[in-house]
Design a protein around this ligand. Structure first.
Ligand SMILES: Cc1cc2nc3c(=O)[nH]c(=O)nc-3n(C[C@H](O)[C@H](O)[C@H](O)COP(=O)(O)OP(=O)(O)OC[C@H]3O[C@@H](n4cnc5c(N)ncnc54)[C@H](O)[C@@H]3O)c2cc1C
Length: 256
């Protein structure tokens, strides 16, 4: 769904694979949900709820597809893909179908070690039994919470930087707090701005270039490093080429 990527202004030199509708099917059996990699995460949470399968409510808050969830270990409010994944099927560069069990992913916070060249095509998730109405209620509560705390109706890529500490760490440091303390709430570069509502979100005010957004992100990283010594890690994936005639201004990414 490209909800976690910035494509640089020079575009992508190569082929972009987009999975079609036949990869978007979702079905349930017992406590398991099988979903094509093009299925939206939200559809998986609704299908699970309707079948009385709990544990996948968090998917309702992630605006991506199952393919992106597998690559990113997507999650929110204390739950993530690794908590419910049984196995995933993928194609490798030779066109061979491979199966990865949960442990093969070596999931960590918003990160997996699955080989970069795999194209995920399907995933199997497992939850626990619960009343469909109770599950749906939790999904609605999650959505309401998100509406009030995140600028989800703006043009944004969601959380820009991974939190420095994984969930559950005592006194966990969160990126938004470090950004706020560094005085970057509301900061601008070109058509890009750090959200006033949630300062780990960068906004496109209308005419931002990819360079504006990536450059603003680097401004934020530099300010946080100077203030607290923490080097924030980009959660958003930056891909593609810097335009041939671009100046270096705005393209200071250090870990691209
Ligand atoms: C408003 C907003 C809120 C967000 N909130 C959250 C949140 O709460 N929690 C969270 O975890 N994320 C959040 N995100 C980020 C994003 O939605 C997730 O990372 C999501 O999992 C990305 O899915 P996607 O389909 O959009 O992947 P893309 O952005 O298209 O791709 C992300 C990466 O996954 C790879 N990829 C995608 N599909 C496949 C596939 N089939 N096979 C192999 N690789 C693949 C891509 O190559 C790329 O490297 C948010 C984003 C926005 C815009």
């Amino acid at each position: 769904a490209a909800s976690n990527v910035i494509v640089r202004d020079g575009g992508i030199v190569g082929v972009v694979v987009r999975l079609g509708p036949s990869f978007g099917k979702v079905s349930t059996e017992g406590l398991r949900v099988t979903a094509g990699a093009a299925a939206l995460d939200a559809r998986v949470s609704v299908a699970a709820a309707n079948a009385g399968i709990a544990g996948m409510e968090f998917f309702s808050g992630v605006p991506g597809t199952i393919g992106g969830a597998l690559r990113m270990n997507a999650g929110c409010y204390g739950r993530e893909t690794k908590d419910v994944l049984v196995e995933a099927h993928a194609l490798n560069r030779q066109g061979k179908r491979v199966t990865l069990k949960n442990a093969d992913f070596h999931f960590t916070y918003r990160h997996t070690e699955a080989p970069e060249d795999l194209i995920f095509v399907e995933a199997v998730f497992e939850g626990v039994q619960d009343d469909p109405a109770a599950i749906t209620e939790r999904i609605e509560a999650l959505k309401a919470r998100r509406e009030t705390t995140q600028p989800i109706r703006e043009k944004t890529g969601g959380s820009t930087f991974a939190n420095p500490d994984p969930p559950g760490t005592p006194n966990q440091r969160s990126s938004w707090k470090l950004i706020d303390e560094a005085g970057m709430r509301g900061a601008k570069r070109g058509g890009a701005q750090v959200s006033e509502l949630h300062c780990n979100f960068l906004l496109n005010l209308g005419d931002a270039t990819a360079a504006d957004i990536e450059g603003l992100g680097e401004d934020v990283r530099a300010a946080v490093k100077a203030k607290s010594g923490v080097e924030l890690r980009w959660e958003i994936k930056r891909i593609g080429r810097v335009p041939v005639n671009a100046t270096e201004e705005g393209y200071l990414a250090k870990d691209a």
